[in-house]
Design a protein around this ligand. Structure first.
Ligand SMILES: O=C(O)/C=C/c1cccc(O)c1O
Ligand code: FE2
Length: 315
């Protein structure tokens, strides 16, 4: 088995509320580097760790992690809708492997996913149906959140399980780093919002348009410096990236949920997907980061990063 990892921030505001042309050009360069890396690695399976934004997972049952043996994208914010090409046999084998290693994993035979899963597939592969995937939801939005060390344990267990497959596996983490978009919060929500967060009534097109407009306006406020949300925190983002670069992944076991939220805002927990992806790669042997780009991009409400990593060659 051969493995590599990519971490990639997502934002539904890409293409809708863009930063200055020179920032956009730097992002495009970095994403191009990641695309070239992925093309050269030539994966035949992507294990995709991503969060959800109350499109597929709700408080009626909110698992910390969930692996899909089948998945369908809702098409929020203009992202692609429809089925993901899930490799169900590999998905089942990986689920068994994770459970055998003592990590309690929920399995879904009909997972619903949103832009968190779709955007990295579109950006790196040109669409959602270009490569077999195993989608793994990692809750990074809905509190309460469990210990960060359990996310590392999930990633490590899945990496060990993947090592038994005769595959070229790309572990892909979607989200982060510091950012605080207006994602609804159950605690203190008015009854209509609370019902939607618990039961997940599919929004009408008008409701979806209104909530997407709210995110767009939040991006404009962020860029104008008039936001009341937690600002992007480049110092914290660089600490997080340095942790992945150094390979000292056990450091994350000391990261608390409160500390992450205070430093990086309500959606900084999306970086859990990166932790899982790098822990999976680390479980296959020593790795090295081959590229790492970072820019604070308030227009996208994103401490935006893209990083690639490969296994150290064995001598
Ligand atoms: O409202 C949502 O569903 C999410 C918005 C968002 C905005 C910026 C960065 C992100 O990671 C997001 O998910
Ligand atoms: Fe997100």
């Amino acid at each position: 088995m051969t493995a590599a990892a990519v971490g990639l921030s997502h934002s539904p505001l890409i293409g809708r509320n863009d930063p200055a042309p020179e920032v956009l050009a730097a992002v495009e360069d970095a994403v191009d580097t990641a695309r070239t890396f992925v093309r050269a690695f030539d994966p035949d399976l992507v294990v995709l760790y991503a969060p959800d934004h109350y499109n597929g997972f709700f408080y009626r049952e909110m698992p910390p992690f969930c692996l899909g043996t089948d998945a369908n994208a809702v098409g929020d914010f203009g992202s692609s809708a429809g089925p993901l090409p899930v490799d169900a046999d590999d998905a089942r084998a990986l689920a068994r492997g994770v459970l055998d290693r003592g990590v309690d994993l929920t399995v879904s035979a009909r997972m619903t996913v949103d832009h968190g899963f779709v955007q990295p597939l579109e950006v790196l592969f040109g669409g959602i149906d270009e490569i077999p995937v195993v989608p793994v939801f990692v809750n990074g939005v809905a509190t309460p959140l469990g210990p960060v060390g359990r996310v590392r344990a999930l990633g490590a267990a899945l990496g060990e399980a993947a090592a038994a497959l005769d595959r070229r596996v790309l572990f892909l983490g979607s989200g982060g780093l510091s950012h605080d978009p207006p994602v609804p919060v159950l605690e203190g929500a008015p009854p209509r919002v609370a019902d939607a967060l618990i039961d997940g009534h599919p929004p009408t097109p008008e409701q979806r348009a209104r909530s997407e407009q709210r995110v767009l306006e939040a991006g404009r406020d962020y860029a104008a410096g008039s936001t009341t949300m937690t600002p992007i925190n480049p110092a914290w983002d660089n600490l997080v990236l340095d942790t992945f670069k150094s390979g000292r992944l056990t450091d994350v076991d000391r990261w608390t949920v409160d500390w992450m939220g205070a430093e990086g805002g309500g959606s900084a927990h999306e970086v859990r997907t990166w932790i899982a992806a790098f822990a999976s790669l680390a479980a296959t042997g020593p790795y090295r980061m081959t590229s790492c780009f970072y820019a604070p991009i308030p227009e996208w409400i994103a401490g935006f990063a893209v990083a690639t990593a490969e296994q150290e060659p064995t001598s």
